[in-house]
Design a protein around this ligand. Sequence first.
Ligand code: NAP
Length: 261
Amino acid sequence: MNFLTGKRILVTGIANNHSIAYGIAQALHRAGAELAFSYQNKKNKLRLEKFAKNFNSNIVLPCDVTKDTSIKELFNSLAKIWIKFDGFIHSIAYAPKKQFKGDFINVINRKSFTIAHDISSYSFVAMAKASRYMLNPKASLVTLTYIGAERAIFNYNVMGLAKASLEANTRYMANAMGPQKIRVNAISAGPIKTLAALGIKNFKKIISYYKSVIPMRRLITIDDIGNTAAFLCSDLSSGITGEIIHVDGGFNIVAMNELNL
Ligand code: NAP
């Protein structure tokens, strides 16, 4: 199934092979896309270069989304290799660790609010702003969100607010970029054990509760997310923009099932 042949896509957010972005890269590669990668932490550079080789790529570039200069340098460097490209995967989020533990009102503070929104929401539009001139018509931008944007989840705290902002950002970006024939969507993923997720207190309990109530009775994998991202990056999804697509085994449609009675 080479439905992404001829598409060039930048993937951000691979920390290791458990990262959601890793599953997305696998699916994009299977479907025939050419890939480029960015990393923040210098410690991940070598590992990412190795992964990139498996995906027939040698494009591995640094980018810390908290700095406009770093975002600009990412696309300046990419432009020397790809004059134009067909989209990017934004798989980036961060809030200080203390925010993911305990009573929301007690732990929230102005600084953490700002950091969470800057890295987890603003960075998506910042990347679009910096790369707009390089994006081909029919390009597709995809970000990752979580149901904590729609409903209160204990310990998810300020990240729920940042994800709500990211989802609104997705709709505003889709509206602004639609006339340029660029689509923008978000995947609302079910919980997956990744480095970022393990920073949330009691994340393992979230997973086991989730597994017990979702219609599909199985956990979502990075393959499930990857396949949806590949669809969203392809012309198969040409009529879809500004959407938040739940890839969560149906968790979001359930209020109660027989296991809770
Ligand atoms: P992950 O493997 O830890 O990936 C998070 C990535 O964010 C890392 O690669 C990290 O880079 C990057 N990042 C953080 N700050 C950055 C910065 N300033 N500049 C550039 N990159 C930065 O965790 P993940 O679960 O796959 O997370 C990917 C996305 O999926 C996030 O948006 C997350 O909220 C979302 N999501 C996750 C779940 C879940 O259950 N896992 C569910 C729904 C949505 P470094 O490693 O270099 O710091």
